[in-house]
Write a protein that binds this ligand. Sequence first.
Ligand SMILES: CC(C)(COP(=O)(O)OP(=O)(O)OC[C@H]1O[C@@H](n2cnc3c(N)ncnc32)[C@H](O)[C@@H]1OP(=O)(O)O)[C@@H](O)C(=O)NCCC(=O)NCCS
Length: 164
Amino acid sequence: MIVSKQAFTIRRITLEEATPVRLDVLRRGTPSRLATYDGDSEPTTVHIGAELSGSVVATSTWLMRPWPDDAQSPAVQLRGMAVLDSMQNTGVGKALIDAGIAHARERGARYVWAKARDSALYFYERRGFAVEGEQFIEPASGVSHHLVVLDLRVERKEGIAVER
Ligand SMILES: CC(C)(COP(=O)(O)OP(=O)(O)OC[C@H]1O[C@@H](n2cnc3c(N)ncnc32)[C@H](O)[C@@H]1OP(=O)(O)O)[C@@H](O)C(=O)NCCC(=O)NCCS
């Protein structure tokens, strides 16, 4: 999978390429220097990143994990979504979400979900995700989060949800 968009390229990346971006964006200002997740190296896990001028500038990780409210349906969890400061608000995050959703559809997933930082909720809502449940604090970062979920069977047209 290679998608060129504007000046950056969206492609599969390795965990070794993802880790420095995770540390820079998601662990800066926190006591934690741990930026690995359970399942990072599972055969069904993919890391999708953006490359600019030979450097990885954004990362996202997509794991086969059930959505807690519907454990029977196949689902993909997004973790470690991070865009370097210099590339934020240039459409990179949107391009990663689009690529991850395409990956989830290929895997036959019904849901894509994530533990989203409250500071990024608008970004997910713009991509059609619904915010679910109560606020919680993630221990690794110490910041507040909500669950967000996208039901791939529901297509959104002009803000109205339509069953596929
Ligand atoms: C949140 C993040 C992944 C978004 O990626 P991005 O490349 O900056 O976003 P895009 O340029 O694709 O923006 C897409 C939309 O989301 C909005 N957006 C971007 N960052 C946002 C943020 N932090 N909060 C709210 N909205 C945001 C943009 O304004 C844009 O809105 P539009 O569609 O109305 O124009 C990125 O800014 C980031 O890594 N932030 C720091 C770490 C973080 O919060 N990661 C997410 C953990 S759950």
